[in-house]
Design a protein around this ligand. Sequence first.
Ligand SMILES: Nc1ncnc2c1ncn2[C@@H]1O[C@H](COP(=O)(O)OP(=O)(O)OP(=O)(O)O)[C@@H](O)[C@H]1O
Length: 342
Amino acid sequence: MTAIRLDRLTRRFGSSVALDSVSLDLQPGSFTALLGPSGCGKTTLLRLIAGFETPSEGSVWFGDRMMAGDQVLVAPEQRGIGIVFQSYALWPHLDVAGNVGYPLRMRGTARSAANRQVDEVLEIVGLTGFGARRIDELSGGQRQRVALARCLVGNNGIILFDEPLANLDMHLRATMVDVFRDIHQRTKATIVYVTHDQAEALALADKVAVMERGRVLQYAAPTAVYHQPADMAVARFVGRGNLVPAVAQVDGSVLLAGHRFQARASEAFSGPAHVLLRPEALRLGEEGLPARVMSSTYRGPVHELRLSLTGEAGELVVDHPAPVASGTDVRVAVADAWAMPG
Ligand SMILES: Nc1ncnc2c1ncn2[C@@H]1O[C@H](COP(=O)(O)OP(=O)(O)OP(=O)(O)O)[C@@H](O)[C@H]1O
């Protein structure tokens, strides 16, 4: 368990700024997912922590030890972190035990102690008895478990994941999410996880850093970034939702399409607002926002209705148990809403 501290960390490539003065304190044993649109700086941030990139400005600390910044640059192999990439980066000529034990051999760990550690981590990742298997005799999921086991023997309490499940199919991803959660609980390592998959990030992480254009817009628990997004960019990026212009009233309600309802907000305000309405917090009912159904799409468990609010006040997506014909006039009851100024 090691804290990671980033202090005004900046990385430029020529005139473009990939990471723009990011300060973050990652608590020991925390599991942070980096989320954000392509090119927002997630991989750059991960590579700066790992030591594959050098900061243009600012510093990286593991506990009270500076890893990079101010004349200091600790080499990646000296940082003692475990890293799991999307490509497994395994040695095909070594068997499973050979791959997993590689960091220990590099460090000169005695053979018997190394074997014991290898057996331990193979058990953790669910590969007991696979030590003598060749890499090319393994499935994709098993290879990723080997990579995971290797990173577990070689780390000092910090593990970095760079899109580790991107190459696996949906079912395998779900299984591996359970494996990662189990590993976090067992090792109590400080984990930083880069993914494009929001569901994965929200399910695994205890903190999510939502990034845009090299900056961290919000660093908070998954439920907070989902239910109390810091600004409209976070609201737009995280989860499915409707962000509709409305007018906030002094009493904490909002006015939308001639209808008034209560909304939560980070602090009291009135005037121009945008209100975030999650599909699961909306129901068709007798009363509520007046709207007309534009389309109805079957999504497995629900029918996703696309609605147009009366008076061209905006569009809404609502989950509904049955299809509804286009052109039907409906009312939408709002169970929960989050208002933001602007
Ligand atoms: N070696 C490099 N040279 C020049 N520009 C780079 C380099 N590495 C990254 N960048 C730029 O820095 C920005 C951030 O890139 P980064 O790879 O960190 O984004 P990302 O959020 O990981 O994106 P993705 O989700 O697509 O992987 C991008 O604009 C990218 O083009």
